[in-house]
Design a protein around this ligand. Structure first.
Ligand code: GDP
Length: 179
């Protein structure tokens, strides 16, 4: 029956300007999308229906901007509670933002120890190669240390954006099977 489509809530976290909105907008144009409900767009939320491996899922992407100030921490618990998965985005051209992302991931790791959710660390803007200040190696090391996935993307040249979309849904489905 049509009403059996499962809806997953995906938190998209990152500092201002890293490309959260650009990424989720690019998702809506993916070949895996079979429906896109624009009625939610004004609240930093995008709702799409994805068909992957012949199975439909609704994905609600909820963008959340991390404050730039190093010491202004926000309570993550409430946000994480409602999320089925988390995409943490940094810009490979911004070291301060990367550190902020790392701090947030480490704090999330503490909150989540009992019920870990799929997390993907996303290094965006790789097309701006000459401006790069965060290496693939450093970011991968961070991902390995906290046990999350890692992918580098460019919305600018549409690199790995579909892979990220498929990756996050695959991880959510895999986790569901383990329960
Ligand atoms: P948000 O604040 O995290 O939602 O960031 P936006 O999605 O608004 O993006 C901020 C700026 O970065 C915009 O001007 C985007 O066009 C640009 N941008 C986003 N992703 C990329 C990328 O992969 N490459 C380049 N060159 N620019 C990007």
């Amino acid at each position: 029956p049509a009403c059996s489509t499962v809806r997953y809530r995906i938190l998209v976290l990152g500092c201002p300007g890293v490309g959260k909105s650009a990424l989720t907008t690019q998702f809506t144009t993916s070949e895996y999308i079979c429906a896109y409900d624009t009625s939610l767009d004004e609240e930093n939320e995008k709702l799409v229906t994805v068909v992957l491996n012949g199975e439909e899922s609704e994905l609600l992407f909820v963008e959340h901007t991390l404050p730039i100030k190093a010491d202004s921490f926000q309570p993550l618990e409430t946000m994480l509670n409602n999320a089925d998965a988390i995409i943490t985005v940094y810009s490979s051209c911004d070291k301060t933002g990367f550190r902020k992302t790392r701090d947030t991931l480490l704090r999330m790791n503490n909150v989540e120890e009992r019920d870990p959710k799929p997390v993907i660390l996303v290094g965006n803007k790789t097309d701006l190669a000459r401006l790069r200040v965060v290496s693939t190696k450093d970011a991968r090391a961070l991902a390995t240390s906290i046990g999350c996935k890692f992918i580098e993307t460019s919305v600018g040249i549409n690199h790995n954006v579909d892979e990220l979309l498929v990756g996050i849904l695959s991880q959510i489905r895999l986790k569901g099977q383990q329960l």
